[in-house]
Design a protein around this ligand. Structure first.
Ligand code: 1GP
Length: 252
């Protein structure tokens, strides 16, 4: 029988008490040393998990070394956020086993998933099925994933895809504006998706301030993902300040 794994249970348990903050580290942008430092800091500040992945170059040794450095310096769960089946590391705890539902290319909906499935099983990584939806502008992941980005002023399209994802058995829905997006997913879209689905809602892309994070949470996001604001803070001290600001916006 299929059982829900440890990391997914951890997410559900924590969600009973508060909204969650996941920090995304892209191995193509951060060294293992910096990743370790950010992970340690994240844990001390109250971040709930570290996601690792990216659309380009987050594979092989580069990926493994970042995951290992994070595991060595914190006890937070490490969840893979792969751009394709190349983004699997045996050292991670779990993987968002995601389908880019609004891609034009079946490779990103089911193809890459089939190519990666046996690797996930062999490594014993916990798969967490997730509907991944790209909202305008979509940035690099939208281009690479051949998405038909959901127009920002069409929340109903996002809600329809999100509900379809839930009905297909996906246990999380992720609304993604794209890493480094000039604006995050609009609150009206988050609110409608939240109203329609029952599974936890993750929101990310372009969230740079505590205020933006708070607005996303107030609109109905359960989990906020932040990456660029921390990776590009400029120094470890500034990254700490940014993490604290974002975390305060999420946790209230
Ligand atoms: C990207 O949603 C994540 O996949 C995080 O985006 O880098 O803009 O925080 P940012």
């Amino acid at each position: 029988m299929l059982e829900i794994g440890k990391v997914e249970r951890y997410i559900h348990e924590k969600l009973k008490k508060e909204k969650l903050h996941f920090v995304l580290l892209d191995p193509d942008d951060v060294s293992p040393e910096t990743a370790g430092k950010i992970a340690e800091m994240s844990e001390s500040i109250g971040v709930d998990a570290i996601m690792v992945g990216g659309s380009t170059g987050a594979e092989g040794d580069v990926l493994d070394n970042v995951v290992k450095a994070i595991k060595d310096s914190s006890s937070l769960p490490v969840i893979l956020f792969p751009g394709s089946h190349g983004g699997i590391s045996r050292y991670a705890d779990a993987i968002f086993f995601m389908s880019l539902l609004n891609s034009r290319n079946p490779f990103f909906i089911t193809g890459s998933q089939a190519l990666g499935a046996f690797t996930v099983k062999r490594y014993g990584i916990e798969p967490i099925p997730m509907a991944y939806l790209i909202v305008e502008p979509g940035e690099t992941v939208g281009w690479v994933g051949d998405a038909k980005p959901i127009p920002r002023h069409k929340p109903k399209i996002a809600a329809a895809y999100a509900l379809a994802g839930q009905y297909l058995g996906m246990r999380l829905v992720y609304l993604e504006a794209g890493s480094g997006a000039p604006q995050p997913v609009p609150p009206e879209m988050i609110a409608l998706v939240r109203k329609v689905i029952d599974v936890p809602l993750i929101v990310g892309g372009g969230i740079r301030t505590g205020e933006q994070a708070r607005r996303a949470v107030e609109a109905g996001a359960d989990i906020i993902v932040t990456g660029t604001a921390i990776e590009k803070a400029g120094s470890i001290e500034k990254a700490r300040e940014k993490l604290e600001e974002l975390n305060a916006g999420i946790k209230g």
